[in-house]
Design a protein around this ligand. Structure first.
Ligand code: F6P
Length: 562
């Protein structure tokens, strides 16, 4: 007897209750939810690990939150959370556990996979990283001419690049001044060439970062880096001193010429986009030192414990996850802006694009059944205040509201004073003003009155007034923290990781595989072979659609003009 398939999520009681609630709330403007409610900020804010989450500018009421918590209950978020922390194989399509929380488990309590505690391995890897990092940073690890390393080139892509790069940039105030850490990801030769052009092979250390050690971009860049090293005079015998690897694929790395001692393992229960806490964080530790790296782990662990134990109404990852679902599925917001008002977080949106969109950009459920609701929104963003001069026009006056996360430290690493005051006060003021403007808007009546006060004849229907109207009613959350330090950064990234986890559970999808990236890789092979054809009289390609065939023909006709 085939078991009854689960009812579709959109037919479940909690989902239906939220849909009815949304209809009742539809015409209530955000400003009205604030009017006369002095307690709104206190009621809809939460604090943990030194981070304040203000979600009072979201289009929610107490009833909304109650119904959202009912959805979390119905979807068994707590049960799935327990399964993740217990090392169960919740990544069903790859039959793997999801245990990035073990990488930063500073309590060192046992976390087992199939009855085997993973913590001895985690601690052993951290110790190995510590030894290596100290050797490189303090000069006992030298190159083939006996000189100390001065440059590290981390070669990786996706989760083997974005997280480490984001953290290295975010923690620049904590960098060791004598060691420059650079990143190469793109197979576009420009990325590697522009990086190597400035380097000395005698003092350059390459990290080849690839869980599979098969990713085309990384393998191409690793091979070309090796060629550069040899062509620049580095002896073959010194490959072991100038190349180390971070991988799950020991054999492939040794075939490349990596010494077994210089292999840093990443286990298969660590997803690529969740791997910066593992040996994949080696460039971070080289840049800021192992102590700061471990402080970052501590911050993430604190957020793990908060997520694992906090009651729903105080649970920040749960609240952020639920509000994201409310905006996507009940307010039809298909886009989400991440606006870090901190230049050191310039790479955070790019990291969150992979973390969120590669995790939850899915359209079948855990059992491969097509779903009939939206999932992950398009994530984009850049640091404030820059975005205010790029795309905030659309956020304020575009046809559809784009929910936003504003993130800003209260204190700066670089306190500068100008005629207008402290730079950081200017940054803070603009951050808060943008969130207020999105929520409050600027109506025609107020604009017309302002123009009349300035002596211009104006009424609500004047075009000059209409062009200036900001509809408002645009939701956002604001995250405040004292300063961007390793601990806070760890907590912040873990917060988003668990938000993504919550949303995957709510949507009943597998957040931990990424089958969608395989097709493009497979189609590139035959195209690569046709592009490699140099015979000008070779017959035209007809193996693809007319567009691809036409594009290949044009490329072939113009390749010689480089
Ligand atoms: O983008 C697909 C992907 O598999 C990511 O999930 C992963 O982080 C990236 O490619 C790099 O994979 P690897 O670490 O195996 O080179």
């Amino acid at each position: 007897m085939t078991p009854h398939p689960r009812p579709r999520l959109t037919d479940t009681p909690a989902w239906q209750a939220l849909a009815e609630h949304r209809a009742r709330l539809a015409d209530v403007p955000l400003t009205k939810l604030f009017d006369g409610d002095a307690e709104r900020f206190r009621q809809f804010s939460a604090e943990a690990c030194g981070i304040l989450l203000d979600y009072s500018k979201q289009h929610i009421t107490a009833e909304t939150m109650t119904l959202l918590f009912d959805l979390a209950q119905q979807q068994d978020v707590a049960g799935w959370r327990a399964r993740m922390f217990a090392g169960e194989r919740i990544n069903r399509s790859e039959d793997r556990p999801v245990l990035h929380v073990a990488l930063r488990n500073r309590s060192n309590r046992s976390i087992a996979i199939d009855g085997r505690d993973v913590m001895p391995g985690v601690n052993g890897m951290l110790a190995k990283m510590h030894r290596f990092v100290d050797a490189v940073r303090f000069g006992t690890w030298t190159g083939y001419t006996g000189r100390q390393m001065r440059d590290v080139v981390h070669i990786g892509i996706g989760g083997s690049h974005l997280g480490p790069q984001m953290v290295v940039e975010a923690l620049r105030p904590y960098h060791h001044t004598d060691l420059q850490v650079r990143f190469v990801a793109n197979v576009d030769g420009t990325d590697l060439a522009e990086t190597l052009g400035w380097l000395d092979p005698e003092t350059t250390l390459f990290i080849i970062a690839s869980k599979t050690f098969t990713t085309m971009e990384t393998m191409a860049n690793a091979g070309s880096a090796r060629t550069w090293f040899l062509d620049e005079g580095g002896p073959e015998s010194a490959i072991g001193k100038h190349f180390v690897a971070i991988t799950s694929a020991r054999g492939a790395a040794e075939d490349f010429g990596i010494d077994a001692d210089n292999l840093f393992e990443v286990w298969d229960w660590v997803g690529g986009r969740f791997s910066l806490w593992s040996a994949m964080g080696l460039p971070v530790a080289l840049a800021v030192g192992m102590d700061h790296f471990e402080r970052m782990l501590a911050g993430a662990h604190a957020m793990d414990e908060h997520f694992r134990t906090a009651r729903p109404e105080h649970n920040m990852p749960l609240i952020m996850g639920l509000i994201g679902v409310w905006n996507v599925n009940f307010r039809q917001a298909a886009i989400h802006a991440v606006l870090p008002y901190d230049q050191y977080l310039a790479h955070l949106p790019a990291h969150l694009q992979q973390l969120e969109m590669e995790s939850n950009g899915k359209s079948v459920d855990r059992n491969g059944r097509p779903i009939d609701h939206a999932t992950c929104p398009i994530i984009f963003g850049q640091p404030g205040t820059n975005g205010q001069h790029a795309f905030h026009q659309l956020l304020h006056q575009g046809p559809t509201p784009v929910p936003a996360d504003f993130l800003v430290p209260v204190q700066s690493h670089n306190p500068l004073l100008c005629d207008a005051g402290w730079h950081h006060d200017l940054l803070l003021a603009h951050c808060l003003a943008q969130a207020e403007a999105l929520m409050r808007g600027h109506g025609a009546g107020a604009i017309a009155a302002e123009r009349r006060a300035e002596g211009a004849a104006a009424d609500d229907d004047d075009p000059a007034v209409r062009h200036r109207v900001c509809p408002g009613n645009r939701p956002s959350s604001t995250l405040l923290f004292r300063m961007l330090d390793p601990y806070t950064l760890g907590a912040l990234v873990a917060l988003y990781e668990h938000k993504v986890f919550v949303q995957g559970v709510l949507w009943e999808i597998n957040s931990f595989d990424q089958w969608g990236v395989e097709l493009g890789k497979r189609l590139a092979g035959p195209i690569l072979r046709t592009l490699a054809e140099t015979d000008p009289d070779a017959p035209p390609v007809r193996d693809h659609d007319a567009s691809t065939n036409g594009l290949i023909a044009w490329i072939r006709a113009h390749k010689g003009n480089a």
